[in-house]
Design a protein around this ligand. Structure first.
Ligand code: FES
Length: 581
């Protein structure tokens, strides 16, 4: 049991500085709240709970979050709080161009500033689709008031013609089959309406389930909340329980800084690796850790990946879906199987330790949730995350070797280099293109500054003519990211990126590229004198954006290995609370 802090007095709550003051401003705050139909006793003397809601009709993964906000409110009222719903940017992965990653920091800022500028004592954060989890939590960590993350939950299992189909994973798989001529256009259209059956996040272990599971293991959700399917009746019950618990957390003053330290991040890494999670988490976790003042690097992640094998048999690494994972016992059962890697003493939002929360968590299907003795991918075959360095990526690149073809883990091949995805896509489908499966396809200018926003372009397309020959994987390199639902021998997040003068900018078509995953290296076989010559000739492209948020992004974003946060947001410096003015 966690040591519970002394219960706070009402006068200590920050909302009191808005509602309890006996002056003209206090009058206005009370008056305007009553303007919305609230009785005085419905908000006076109660903790104010902000429900940050990323619902949007542009975000199918969050389509149910309006209802869940009502469930949270129910819990808040029951516990004696005053709930207020506060809409925030949705960053729905599917509709946003060029990439939601461009707006992760926007939502992080929005969350932090919504909480800071309003009379809020505690927050329930409603999100789930990829970037929303790190974004909302980055904001809450920086604001450091009591907060619970309420994950949207995975969508229902998908099925097509008797086969399990996973969001993202099978979109990519069948796209390749369509291009190879193995399915018809009408099959493809039929698939459109069969794969995604309900609200909720991707039903595979993409970035959404990777991130929600990680933060669950870190103690930032109610225990096991990340595994509950979006449409399960347990989901609104969980949301309501978030509402009850956040009021208690306000009285206990249980803040993110009380929960998060390096050990809690390492607990999150255990979940990350056992899930066979998305490479995107490598960026988000560094950003979150920096907000929390915790020292965490991509090398820490690779070290954990070397100890914890892929043990969850869910797409893209396995053959089941997230509902199957839930029915098998979900995250708590998984963590129980890997408890020897966890710091069980870490506190969590429910006031218990992680050890308390996972004690007795049973696994009901040992084929879905494996143990270290029977992993989906043994460590000798591949890992959730590898860090590669060399003269192409001095500050690191990442890959998921468990999702790569073993034959490519040590490979030398000639590069074909592209500067933008449009040219790449048309060129790769040219039937006369001189290319074999040994060629290394490279896309640059896909990084945080170059794209900007580091889109998920990194699962570069296999040329159509090679698809028709049966080729389904090649070595691909970029300074961009890859969807967590995808797979293949893709080297990602090359740092520094080409747009800021990283060595990827100096690679030329025809240069030999050498990949050795066991040795952790990625190099171009170009002699040093030639590299110096090319560097002297290199000139940066002018920034793509002269105004707008994208211009701000290009000026202030850090590189992938540093978490892609803004230089003025990273760190733990305290921002003055406006309530003192
Ligand atoms: Fe929203 Fe996958 S698109 S979670």
């Amino acid at each position: 049991m966690n040591e519970v802090k002394k219960r706070r007095d009402l006068s200590e709550l920050r909302s009191q500085r808005w509602f309890a003051s006996d002056d003209m401003r206090g009058f206005a705050h009370r008056q305007r709240t009553q303007q919305m139909g609230m009785r005085r006793d419905e908000f006076m003397g109660r903790p104010v709970i902000g429900i940050i809601n990323t619902w949007s009709e542009m975000s199918p993964c969050h389509a149910h979050l309006r209802d869940r906000a009502e469930a949270v409110k129910r819990g808040v009222w029951q516990a004696g709080g005053y709930p207020v719903e506060m809409p925030a940017l949705s960053v729905g992965e599917v509709m946003v161009k060029p990439t939601t990653m461009l707006y992760r920091n926007f939502l992080a800022m929005e969350c932090e500033e919504l909480l800071r500028s309003h009379p809020v004592d505690g927050a329930v954060l409603l999100g789930g689709c990829d970037k929303s989890t790190p974004a909302l939590l980055m904001g809450a960590i920086s604001m450091d008031i009591p907060a619970i993350y309420c994950p949207a939950g995975p969508m229902s299992n998908g099925q097509w013609r008797g086969m399990k189909t996973g969001a993202g994973t099978h979109t990519k798989k069948y796209w390749d089959e369509l291009r190879a001529g193995n399915i018809t256009q009408s099959d493809w259209i039929e698939l459109e309406s069969r794969m995604t059956r309900s609200a909720g996040t991707c039903n595979t272990i993409g970035t959404a389930s990777t991130m929600t599971s990680i933060v669950d293991a870190m103690g930032l959700t109610l225990p096991g909340a990340s595994s509950i399917p979006a449409t399960d009746s347990g989901h609104p019950r969980m949301a309501s329980a978030c509402g009850v618990r956040i009021v208690e957390m306000v009285w206990e003053d249980l803040k993110p800084s009380d929960i998060l330290d390096r050990a809690s991040f390492l607990n999150g890494l255990v979940a990350y690796m056992a899930l066979g999670g998305s490479t995107n988490a490598a960026v988000h976790l560094v950003a979150m850790a920096r907000r929390a003042g915790v020292d965490l690097s991509i090398d820490d992640m690779a070290a954990m990946a070397g100890k914890v094998p892929v043990a969850v048999n869910v797409f893209p690494s396995g053959e089941y879906l997230m509902e199957d994972f839930y029915f098998a016992g979900g995250l708590l059962a998984l963590l129980n199987k890997f408890s020897h890697h966890l710091d069980l003493t870490r506190p969590t939002v429910n006031g218990q330790t992680l050890g308390d929360n996972i004690a007795g968590a049973d696994c009901w299907n040992d084929d879905v949730i494996r143990g270290g003795d029977n992993p989906v991918v043994p460590l000798s075959r591949g890992k959730t995350l590898e860090v590669l360095r060399g003269n192409l990526a001095p500050n690191g690149a990442v890959m998921k070797s468990s999702a790569a073809s073993p034959k490519f883990l040590k490979h030398v091949g000639p590069a074909i280099v592209f500067d933008n995805p449009g040219v790449m896509n048309t060129t790769l489908d040219d039937p006369d293109l001189d290319i074999t499966e040994d060629t290394v396809i490279v896309l640059r200018n896909a990084g945080p500054v170059g794209a900007p926003g580091m889109p998920e372009w990194g699962n570069l397309p296999i040329p159509k003519k090679l698809l028709k020959q049966g080729v389904r994987d090649m070595v691909r390199i970029s300074d961009g990211r890859m969807s967590g639902t995808h797979y293949g021998t893709c080297i990602l997040h090359v740092s520094p990126e080409a747009a800021v003068g990283g060595p990827l900018a100096l690679l030329e078509t025809g240069d030999l590229v050498e990949l050795d995953v066991i040795a952790g290296t990625i190099n171009m076989r170009v002699d040093e004198a030639e590299i110096v010559r090319r560097r002297a000739a290199w000139r940066p492209a002018p920034p793509l954006y002269q105004r707008s948020f994208a211009a701000l992004y290009q000026q202030h974003v850090s590189q992938a290995d540093q978490g892609c946060d803004f230089d003025f947001l990273s760190g733990t410096a305290v921002v003055p609370d406006p309530a003192i003015y």
